[in-house]
Design a protein around this ligand. Sequence first.
Ligand code: NAD
Length: 495
Amino acid sequence: MNDVKGWHALAAAVKPETRLFIDGKFVDAVDGQRFATLNPANGKVIAEVARGNEKDIDLAVKAARRAYKSGVWSRMSPRGRMDVMYKIARLMEAHADEFALLDCLDMGKSISELTGGDVPFSILTFQYFAETIDKIEGAVTSTDPSALHMIVREPLGVVACVTPWNYPLMMAAWKAAPALAAGNSVILKPAEQSPLSALLLAKIFAEAGVPDGVFNVVNGFGEDAGKALALHMDVDKIGFTGSTEVGKLMMVYSGQSNMKKVTTECGGKSPQIVMPDADLDAAVSYAVNGIFTNQGEVCSAGSRLLVHDSIYDEFVSRFAGEAGRFQPGDPLDPATTMGPLVTREQQARVLSYIEAGKKEGGEVVIGGGTPAGLEAGNYVQPTLFKGVTEKMTIAREEIFGPVGAAIRFKSYDEAISIANNSIYGLASSVWTKDITTAHKAARDLEAGMVWINCYDHGDMTQPWGGYKQSGQGRDKCFETVLAHMQTKSVWINLG
Ligand code: NAD
């Protein structure tokens, strides 16, 4: 669909599922509690959603364990599991508009980004991990002739996926698909700001033939449902995506309970280094996308623009010109390039960072406030600061909004030193025509992802994750399926 009226008509008609999904059935929360999910574009209630707590989590874990032990999924033939996951992907395609609509209403990103990005990439995630299932192999090692030693891979058991609101469907897919491909049972706890698309996913799972209990969705708040899941004694792994602060809590909860495995995909403050020999047209264009896509609510946002002194002024002025491509507006309008931020709190947080930037001596080049006429929504103008130094708050902390910080450097070594001066290490990029500089930077940058002469490129084979406090473990890629399995050594005496 490609017209704003059509999307609004669909939004008016949609009746999203709001209950929890446990053991193959949609159910109310045990205590009957509900919470409102709001539309960030106008502050109106979209739906009242069942709010799970530790009782619902316990039911979901029990169902997941039962299903796991029964072998209905964990011991299904690889081809059988692949068929079901391919069917999930096909059904998602058939419901693509509905998925796009639910995430748009829930968290405010533009409908075009959803139909062109999140939704097809989520479908691809299920296809990719379906394809891995019959490629998972063990090993027979070289032993003395008197023994046969096999290393076999087995699923972990019950995997909890705790996800953020910035890519609701896609993060659910990145977490759940590899866990399921490996044969685990899953409990998904979506972010409380974006609970709806996960429930449509649950409906599709049931239709695709995923056995009862293998996939469960428990919506609820982090501090009750999320914490109960992470502390549960019968959960074998937490796959977490979210803030570094909560990622650290996940590791604590694991230590306080059953030492469940933990992987964390957390925050970032990613540098984009522009060397003097960069292709400036391309660098500016990618830099603008790198910070303003998805309202800047992107873990890998290229929020630190490190620009060589000799081209700094030209870069900043070209960036300001090109930033006009991102105009805040109605996210249901396919022409809109920037939606509102997810909540009023997130808007206030981003605005407070902008104030800190001004106070600490940064100079606002564009934006710096809220756009006129859109007061009902949580909008922030696309903003660029110049004159930023690495000590300023806006150069150090993850803002998670449309705020770029342009920092000047004079030498390659200084650029690398500034780039690596961060608690984070998720993504990075370098713009140069010199192959030596490009390769040196790829080695020198302390980040899980380095882009040379591009930003945010990749496909499903790319390990997605960070160094340092950006987390541990990787999403996407084949390695992720294996991270949802454990090895067993089988030693057979032939003597
Ligand atoms: P968040 O950490 O506040 O919440 C993430 C999830 O954790 C939510 O489901 C929430 O309910 C749950 N949670 C919160 N407190 C909890 C607690 N005490 N116990 C258990 N669960 C709890 O993060 P957010 O605001 O939803 O998302 C934004 C963050 O996510 C940013 O920092 C961003 O960089 C990060 N992120 C990282 C990646 C990546 O791949 N590295 C991808 C997307 C988002």
